[in-house]
Ligand binder design. Sequence first.
Ligand SMILES: CC(C)(COP(=O)(O)OP(=O)(O)OC[C@H]1O[C@@H](n2cnc3c(N)ncnc32)[C@H](O)[C@@H]1OP(=O)(O)O)[C@@H](O)C(=O)NCCC(=O)NCCS
Length: 143
Amino acid sequence: MTDESTQDARAANGNLVTQLPTDQELVLKVIPMPADCNANGDIFGGWVMAQVDLAGSVLPARVVRGRITTVAVKEFIFKQPVRVGDILSFYARIVRIGNTSITVDVACFAERFRSQGQFVKVTQATLTYVAIDDLGAPTQIAQ
Ligand SMILES: CC(C)(COP(=O)(O)OP(=O)(O)OC[C@H]1O[C@@H](n2cnc3c(N)ncnc32)[C@H](O)[C@@H]1OP(=O)(O)O)[C@@H](O)C(=O)NCCC(=O)NCCS
């Protein structure tokens, strides 16, 4: 996944802040709650992965307009912890449309509690979705 569309800088409060991507679409916003925490008190990585999977499916669903399923997740990187009360913004971009599959880059940015308006990149991943028919078999994507 390329990182060319984002630039990191330090805010006055020391937070590493990132400019939001200009070549990806905002596909999901969500705020994690205490029930989503792990034993450290940070947000459980599996919860974040589920949100990334949902966010990544938005653009393929728009193309396929039918059933899709996740076949692969690559390059899943947790760059910074996610905390209760963060406002998470998920950005996505289609990087490849194949015969039956669509590959998407997803990046997640957190606005920390009391630091809204400053975005910290917390997660990025590349996912592939497959268009499937009623029997669950791969089906051609009309383009
Ligand atoms: C997704 C699924 C229907 C694919 O069936 P399949 O018989 O393996 O399909 P194919 O081998 O023909 O591959 C279909 C497409 O997926 C792509 N693909 C398959 N494995 C892949 C992988 N590991 N990484 C990236 N793409 C992959 C193929 O390249 C192909 O894309 P293309 O047609 O655009 O070239 C089947 O594997 C499945 O049902 N998996 C479970 C999905 C699921 O339950 N997801 C939720 C996870 S809990």
